[in-house]
Design a protein around this ligand. Structure first.
Ligand code: F6P
Length: 342
């Protein structure tokens, strides 16, 4: 059997571990041929592929990024996009496709599955905002990098009596901010799920400093927004899935905090650093388990499904369940983090 595979959306630690696992079991145990499409859906539309083999995928387990390349191309943005995808698959004699990606990539996979393409999805995103899976790989690595950064920023915060604002990724959901803030001992955590009141943030910091603290750490997700009309924000350009390019809320926040409280404030925008480098052991393990489950699903002809982590088990769920709504931060978890605010 000839099986295609692609990685779409933002790169993420663990993508290469999935690729390796699919090939190792697909070719090594089942004897299938695995073809990798370059740069997500763009490569399928353009017919750009490379043959993958056990030999060519050796050494990938700890390597960050994706050897296939990735893009945010959406085939449904052009009239002939879906047809071009199908033509490439027919030309390359591909019987099934493994799509590794987040809400956008898997959203496309879901539509193509409804249109008769044999697809299996693998959920990926550092944001951890895909439904139907407890965790996506990449998230744990991002949290670890952010926590290490917060630990280091404590040094400057304490030495200079400063408010350090740490901006992390998290477009629609504040999972990274909440986990890293909790792990790093943040004094304020701001997430997209709950618009913040800048006055309340400043009161909390002031109160903390009045009680003897000489510094504060504020962790903010890039998608966090102020309560309407309370603080001005810039808006950026949009990608093919309609998402605005974010980044910058941390700088605005530090300016406002400094002006309103009189405490010196600085910002660190962690951005793509969170997506870079080698996956943690935890992410290598889930990525590998996801890859093995995905190739098993293809081998069994179980299509239209996405592999998912439920508790400690890797299971299969309809792709639709993963993409129908975003998984936002659990209230109870946020409340636990909030115990340590101020
Ligand atoms: O979707 C994952 C993510 O890392 C988001 O947290 C972030 O907003 C976005 O990707 C950034 O995308 P890009 O690398 O295309 O700017």
């Amino acid at each position: 059997m000839r099986i295609g595979m692609l990685t779409g959306g933002g790169d993420c630690p663990g993508l290469n571990a999935v690729i390796r696992a699919v090939v190792r079991k697909g070719e090594g145990q089942y004897g299938h041929n695995i073809v990798g499409y370059r740069h997500g859906w763009r490569g399928v539309m353009k017919g750009e592929s490379i043959d993958l083999s056990v030999g060519s995928t050796r050494g990938l387990l700890p390597r960050g990024g994706t050897i296939l390349g990735t893009s945010r191309t959406n085939p449904f943005k052009s009239d002939d996009g879906p047809q071009r995808v199908k033509s490439t698959l027919a030309r390359d004699r591909i019987e099934a496709l493994i799509a590794i990606g987040g809400e956008d990539t898997l959203g496309v996979a879901h539509k193509l599955a409804a249109d008769g393409v044999n697809v299996v999805g693998v959920p990926k995103t550092i944001d951890n905002d895909l439904s139907a899976t407890d965790f996506t790989f990449g998230f744990h690595t991002a949290v670890q990098i952010a926590t290490d950064a917060i630990d280091r920023l404590h040094t400057t915060a304490e030495s200079h009596d400063r408010v350090m604002v740490v901006e992390v990724m998290g477009r629609h959901a504040g999972w990274i901010a909440t986990y890293a803030g909790l792990a790093g001992g943040a004094d304020v955590i701001l997430v997209p799920e709950e618009p913040f009141d800048i006055e309340e943030v400043c009161d909390r910091i002031t109160h903390r400093h009045q009680r003897g603290a000489n510094f504060s750490i504020v962790v903010v997700a890039e998608g966090a927004v102020p309560v309407e009309g309370t603080m001005e924000l810039q808006s950026g350009e949009r990608d093919e899935f309609g998402h605005v390019r974010l980044g910058g809320i941390g700088t605005r926040l530090a300016e406002e905090i400094e002006e309103r409280t009189g405490f010196e404030a600085r910002t660190t925008q962690l951005g793509h650093v969170l997506r870079g480098g080698s996956p943690t052991a935890y992410d290598r393990v889930i990525a590998t388990r996801f890859g093995v489950e995905a190739i098993d699903a293809v081998h069994e002809g179980d299509y239209g499904v996405m592999v998912a982590l439920r508790g400690t088990e890797v299971v299969r769920v309809p792709i639709e369940e993963g993409v129908e709504r975003l998984k936002t931060v659990d209230r109870k978890l946020y409340d636990t983090a909030a115990v340590f605010f101020g």
